[in-house]
Each structure stands twice: as C-alpha cells, then as structure tokens.
Write a protein that binds this ligand. Sequence first.
Ligand SMILES: O=C(O)CCC(=O)C(=O)O
Ligand SMILES: [Fe+2]
Length: 271
Amino acid sequence: MTSGISIDQITGNVGAIVSGLDLRQAIQPDAVDYLANALAKHGVLFFRNQELDLGQFWAFTKHFGTPLSAEVSGTAQDTADMVGTADMAPVRHTTAVWHADTTSLARPPWATILRAVQPTPFGGDTCWSSMYAAWDSLTEPMRQMLDGLTAVHSIRPTYDRMLHYAQFFQPDYEKLHRTEQVHPVVLAHPVTGRKAIYVSESFTTRIVELSPRESDAVLAMLFRHIERPEFCVRWKWSANDLAFWDNRCVQHYAVPDYDSPRIMQRIVLQG
Ligand SMILES: O=C(O)CCC(=O)C(=O)O
Ligand SMILES: [Fe+2]
C-alpha cells in the first residue's frame, strides 16, 4: 500500500484492480513507481470510475512514458494504431486475434491504456493472457528449444483482416514503415526479469531459425497454448473503466460479440 492505493490481484496469473486513486490528480513519484512495478508483475491493471477528458488521460499516461497519439503528437508511428477517442466496432474483428500491440514495429509500444467512454450494453469484453504464465508452464525441453530463437512480425495479416472485415486500410503505412520486424521468441522482462512468450497469432508469421513446416507447427502449438483460460483474465467494461497493460508480458483479445458502438479512449506508450 502506497499513499492509500490498494492493488488487488483478481486471477491466479494476470490482472489486478487498483483502487484509491483519482487519475485526474497528479500522481506522486512513489505512487508512479508502485504502479509501474505492479504493472510489470500483474500484466494489466484496472482502474474503475475514472472520468477523464483526453487532456487528463494524456497527463496520466505521461507519468509512465511517451504517449503516441495521432491527435497530439502527429507522429508517424501513430498510423499503426487507432488512437484517441474511437468507436472500436468497425475494427472489432481485427482485434479479435491474440496479440501484443503493433509488434511489426522495430520498437513496439510497451504499454497500452484503454478507457471505456461508452461500453456496449452486452458483450465487448476484453481478455488478457499472461505470457509469463504461458512460458512458465511449458516443459523444460520446449523452453530450451524456443529460448534464443527469433521470429518475423508482420502488419500484413492485420491489413488482410481489416480489408476483409472493415474495408479499412491505411495505405501510407507501407511508405512510412517496414512492414516486418524480427523480435526474440522469448523476452526477458526488463522490470521483473521474468521470461515471457513474445509471438502472437496476429503478427508473427515465422520463426526465422526453423524450416517453414517446423515454424508453422511450433507457432500453431504456441498460439493454442497461450489461450488457456488459466492464463487469462476477462474484463467486462463499465463506463469510465481504464485498463493499463504491458505488451511485453501479456497479450490481449477483444471479444467481438456485439454490434453497437463501443467508444474507447486509447493511448500507446512508445517502446
Ligand atoms: O477493443 C479492445 O478492447 C482492445 C482492442 C485492442 O486490441 C487494442 O486496443 O489494442
Ligand atoms: Fe491491441
């Protein structure tokens, strides 16, 4: 407990609810450290009843890193994300694949912050899975095989889904960015030192060191493995809920079981 903040873990492996903080107020440095450590440990932190305007949301995120927003910074990297206040309904099938955000970038956003402005009357939950727990539960021979490998992450499968489901495409992306990057299959988290699986069904197309058939089979195994409900938390959104997650140790999946507007504020922090 720091300055009246309490952090309550809600599942065995991922997610905690933070209470005792009004995010409209400036946060003291010791509380920022406390939250940053809790985030690295729990993977996703939930805050309830946070009625923030975009300026307050922006100010909160700046305690933890450099926010990237098309509206505010206009940085090129923002073209990879839907930032600001947006209806998630048109892209709901694109984000219904397990992923860490925009790992097709050389420096993918390390954290994402999402706040519900207008949730759906039913459905539209978001799930997070702990990549620490997924890694820890692999057998030692499997861990030895995977550790040290690298994988290609590509934005193309996301584009294909966008085109298929929403006729939504950002044609300038290809001019601004390489569409592929290589990242380690297993990350050591910089805060906790724990290892975490860093391949996702949404972005990872191939493990570099394996043959194509081996890569397909190993990735299919990992994509299935990380979905196990015991690694996951599922959040039902109320208006003014805020979720803050660490893309280096969790993946997420937005359940697309709704058909009404779902208005969210979203910011990613530069990796
Ligand atoms: O709509 C959601 O709950 C999450 C969508 C998503 O993948 C994201 O915001 O990065
Ligand atoms: Fe995402």
